[in-house]
Ligand binder design. Structure first.
Ligand code: FNR
Length: 182
């Protein structure tokens, strides 16, 4: 059966390198994996006052259902001041407090990028810190932290061959992680 993977794009701006990175992934997905990108920019800031019966507002509930139904998650993020952007942290915070705890045991691939020389690696590890509290499981023994991304994209996707190969291998590892935890 098809693996249903949801990807989050941690940058809201049009033409974001993070979006270009994430838009590349469906082309590289192994046979039997379908990757769709979900929006997070419309979610309100986390606020318990917005909850009823311990559940968030409808936008949060719909997002929570989407992630709950996914076999795996890909979290794509830039690095803002050595951390993931607030919009992405906010989305994770909502999921972490909904009653279904959809992130618990969820296989996750974390992918960061930067136009600079560190590839958002501190954002990448900050995401691991945050996600580990939720019980999510992620690929270890290597990171996707794409450096100098400005020189590795064209026509809205990653064109650099080595980077595409590396992403392809990581998607296979995500698939293996999902199979291992079935
Ligand atoms: C940045 N940028 C950045 N880059 C980096 O490598 N490490 C960092 O800590 C930061 N900090 C930072 C803070 C803020 C508020 C902004 C707006 C930017 C630069 C960042 O990598 C660059 O703007 C990317 O293009 C952002 O990713 P998207 O939006 O293209 O996906």
């Amino acid at each position: 059966s098809t693996l249903n993977i949801v990807g989050l794009v941690g940058s809201l701006r049009r033409g974001a390198f993070t979006r270009q990175m994430m838009e590349t992934l469906p082309d590289l997905a192994p046979e039997g994996m379908r990757i769709t990108l979900a929006d997070i920019g419309h979610l309100p800031f986390y606020n318990e006052d917005l909850k009823e019966d311990g559940k968030g507002p409808e936008a949060v509930r719909a997002f929570n259902r989407l992630i709950g139904e996914a076999d795996g998650l890909i979290v794509g993020s830039p690095e803002y001041n050595r951390s993931p952007p607030a919009v992405l942290k906010n989305a994770i915070d909502w999921l972490s407090k909904e009653p279904e705890a959809v992130l618990a045991g969820k296989p996750v691939m974390i992918a960061t990028q930067s136009p600079g020389q560190l590839g958002g690696i501190l954002s990448n590890y900050h995401l691991r810190q945050v996600l580990s509290v939720t019980g999510a499981i992620f690929i270890t023994g290597g990171e996707v932290a794409i450096t100098g991304i400005g020189k590795k994209v064209s026509d809205g996707k990653i064109s650099d061959t080595d980077t595409r190969d590396y992403l392809t291998s990581h998607l296979r590892r995500l698939s293996a992680l999902i199979e291992a935890h079935r």
